[in-house]
Ligand binder design. Sequence first.
Ligand SMILES: [Zn+2]
Ligand SMILES: [Zn+2]
Ligand SMILES: [Zn+2]
Ligand SMILES: [Zn+2]
Length: 169
Amino acid sequence: MDLVKEKPKCPICLCEPFLPVTWNKIIKRMERGQPILLSKCKATSKNPLCLTCARDYLNSQIGEKAICPMRCCDGYKGLELYQTYGDIIRNKTEFAEDCMWTLMDSYGVLNKKCNRCENTCITLEETLNHLRKNCTKRKIPCGGCRILVPFDEISIHKLSCHFARFKIL
Ligand SMILES: [Zn+2]
Ligand SMILES: [Zn+2]
Ligand SMILES: [Zn+2]
Ligand SMILES: [Zn+2]
């Protein structure tokens, strides 16, 4: 009998999530469609999404509402994408699931291999910052046409976009 505990799978890519995030569902809305009360989607607390999968999924949704990838609740695309996943009480510059990732690392179960560029990070810090600073596949918005362009395709994009502008961190 196989006693090895199965690793959680991202419901979108079906792989072990890289930088796993949980989904936030809307409990109550304010007048102008802004969420005032969010709570955790239980299904994604058990099977969290990759941070990259969550963002790609949200970017592909039309309108303000975004049904959760497990199809069990409604999230909110809203003005700020980051509010639909991760720690509910955080600001935009903080890591989505800082506590969970740090805890997972202390147990030696944090997946450090990026699902986009296949790079394996070594330290916790490197892993946390990978998608922000080092991933060659990280998506950066073009200031000219507003399309999200992978970092390693910027030079190609510049050939076809006359207004190409990139703010690279
Ligand atoms: Zn995924
Ligand atoms: Zn859900
Ligand atoms: Zn990467
Ligand atoms: Zn462009």
